[in-house]
Ligand binder design. Structure first.
Ligand code: F6R
Length: 618
């Protein structure tokens, strides 16, 4: 949600910022801009719309401009026009900055700054922050010290007045050899190269320049000078930070011949899942080795309750997790929307384990839910993809998905990996409680076969595309499943609506008759997940109810099910597996269906309207 990138080095900054913004564009694409240090002033270029629009208005590269900041926006305060786009500069013209996050008390501060004589151009919260820093900078100038010391103190003073979240890159016209980065609640990473620094919202904008990085923590600032960098808190306490390796390569964030990242990420699920499972399954003993949580396994085994908290697709994975923990480990489990959990005064009894699930590791609501859980004494585990992300660092322990960066806004490989990790965890907890080695071996043997089975589903690409084509003119769809496939129905509906803008609703199939059945007509495709499972006959009953009312069905069934054909207007099959692991297979054709529907409707699959990857605002 908004991407920031800044360059400080010896090379021309403009092309590096532009390339960085293209890598970060999935975080927001309403408007974009850059500011380059030009002597004791800034040269600024901004525009509404995509980075491609910015590229068109940028002048020829000036090799002497080697310091600059850039921003790609997902609008929160103020419509996405050129004036509201970042960078924002204070009224004195001395301070300019890019911001990812929200300044919650901006209205109060703006009122006060207006009284103090400040003027504003935009409707944004960010311009208020620029002016607040500018205000303190002017005051500091009457005091002892250099311009750089004044700048640093002004930033600290301003941030101590702010409520909200921020990842910031800030420049001061009087300090042309200095830049400040600050983080609270929004991600910020400092890439450290040979005589150069790249500050960015995520590693994808850094990895082309260096693989060594400092992951900033909340309340920390980095001050970059030509001869190096220092880190401290915004309350001016020195902090020493470790240089870490960025754990992915440039190849992983390239399209590599695919048209869209979503298409690539669906296709790479077999390999991604293989990597996720690799080395973690001990088939011989029916055990699972999850290094990151080894020390907490005793607590986990004895817990009386697991609460999973997440948003969106990760919440759907958590729902599968709930069924897995209950069935395999016999531990009471529940799933909470992070945005609800945090405000509900939740009851967290002693010994409760909270598992936060997040691809990006930066989702603001999930972060807040973790803080809430920790305050109430819970042990918090993270199931996270992005290595070094805020959630990964905030939790007591965790398991990484290991599926590489997910760039498509619609989450795909993260879902299957999240379910895989939860399945492994449920088996291991089960084994430590009552699950027999035989039962565990059966589940883990099946789990190990999943990557290869996903491969065979991907081979049905043309068939699934044809089904999307046949139904592309339908504006309302239903997705229905029961048991372990109920979360898959929710996920199938979410995938379709977020990228194709077709209205879709996901439901437990039996709930249909309590209301939604009124919607059924031959103009509303009903997608049923009807694989061989304990509720198979019941799902068939639900299909009959739809067909009796003239509804058209798209059915995902088990390969070799001879019984199912009469119930399906369109049939997609997936290989057989045990019921608990079926979501790992049944979700794949639904991802493909959504992808093709969006492409056929002519939408930009990787940049769906109004959305952004990584929701770092509430
Ligand atoms: C949907 C999607 C979102 C995310 C949600 C949580 O395709 O991607 O619903 O799942 O915003 O994001 P993470 O997992 O990064 O916390």
């Amino acid at each position: 949600m908004c991407g920031i990138v800044a360059y400080f080095g010896k090379k021309a900054a403009q092309p590096i910022l532009l390339e960085g913004l293209k890598r970060l564009e999935y975080r927001g694409y309403d408007s974009a801009g850059v500011a380059l240090m030009a002597g004791n002033t800034f040269e600024q270029h901004k525009t509404s719309g995509r980075i491609a629009n910015l590229e068109e208005v940028l002048p020829a590269v000036n090799a002497a401009q080697t310091i600059g900041i850039g921003h790609t926006r997902w609008a929160t305060h103020g419509e996405p026009n050129t004036t509201n786009s970042h960078p924002h500069t204070d009224a004195t013209g001395k301070i300019t900055l890019v911001h990812n996050g929200i300044i919650e008390n901006y209205a109060t501060l703006k009122k006060w700054l207006l009284k103090e004589g400040c003027t504003f151009q935009s409707e944004t919260d960010t311009e208020v922050l620029a002016n607040l820093i500018g205000y303190f900078y002017t005051q500091e100038q009457d005091k002892d010290g250099t311009a750089c010391e004044h700048f640093e103190r002004a930033v600290q003073k301003a941030l101590n007045e702010i409520y909200g979240t921020y990842g910031l890159a800030i420049m001061c016209a009087d300090c042309p050899d200095m830049m400040i980065g600050v983080k609270k609640g929004s991600p910020l990473i400092l890439g450290v190269g040979e005589n150069e620094f790249v500050l960015a919202s995520d590693a994808s904008a850094i990895v082309e320049h260096t693989t060594r990085a400092v992951y900033m923590s909340d309340g920390e600032m980095v001050i970059i000078h030509a001869d190096g960098f220092t880190t401290k808190t915004i309350t001016n306490k020195e902090v020493s930070k470790e240089l870490k390796d960025i754990e992915f390569s440039l190849d992983q964030i390239e399209l590599e011949g695919f048209e869209h990242y979503m298409q690539k990420e669906i296709a790479e699920q077999p390999e991604a899942l293989h990597t996720c499972l690799n080395g973690r399954i001990d088939l011989k003993n029916g055990r699972v080795i999850l290094g990151g949580i080894q020390n907490l396994l005793r607590d986990l085994t004895r817990t009386k309750r697991i609460i999973m908290t997440a948003c969106g697709t990760a919440w759907h994975a958590a729902l599968v997790g709930e069924f897995l923990f209950e069935q395999l480990a016999r531990i009471p489990a529940e799933v909470e929307y992070a945005s609800e959990f945090r405000y509900r005064n939740p009851i967290v009894e002693e010994g409760t384990v909270v598992i936060a699930i997040s691809q990006s590791g930066e989702t603001a609501d999930t972060l807040a839910a973790i803080e809430q859980a920790k305050e109430r004494g819970a042990t918090v585990l993270g199931v996270v993809n992005a290595v070094g992300s805020t959630i990964a660092r905030l939790t007591d322990a965790g398991v990484y998905l290991r599926v590489g960066p997910e760039i498509g806004v619609a989450s795909t490989k993260a879902f299957t990996a999240q379910v895989s990790v939860l399945a492994m965890l449920a088996v291991e907890l089960g084994r430590r409680r009552h699950l027999s080695a035989d039962a565990a071996q059966t589940i883990l043997t099946e789990l190990a076969k999943i990557p290869q089975k996903v491969e065979s589903i991907l081979a049905q690409q043309e068939h699934i595309k044809a089904i999307a084509q046949a139904n592309i003119h339908k504006d309302n769809w239903l997705f229905l499943g029961r048991g372990f496939n109920y979360p898959v129905a929710l996920e199938g509906a979410l995938k379709l609506k977020e990228i194709s803008y077709i209205h879709a609703e996901g439901l437990p199939a039996a709930e249909m008759k309590h209301g939604p059945i009124a919607l059924i007509t031959d103009d509303m495709p009903a997608v049923f997940v009807a694989t061989q499972c304990s509720q198979y006959e019941k799902v068939i009953g639900n299909i009959e109810e739809v067909r009796a009312r003239g509804g058209k069905t798209i059915v995902v069934a088990t390969e070799g099910d001879d019984h199912i054909a009469p119930y399906a207007d369109y049939l997609i099959t997936v290989p057989d597996t045990i019921e608990q692991l079926q979501p790992l297979l049944t979700v794949v054709p639904l991802q493909m269906l959504a992808y093709h529907a969006a492409v056929l409707r002519g939408h930009d699959v990787d940049k769906p309207r109004n959305l952004a990857k990584s929701v770092t605002v509430e």
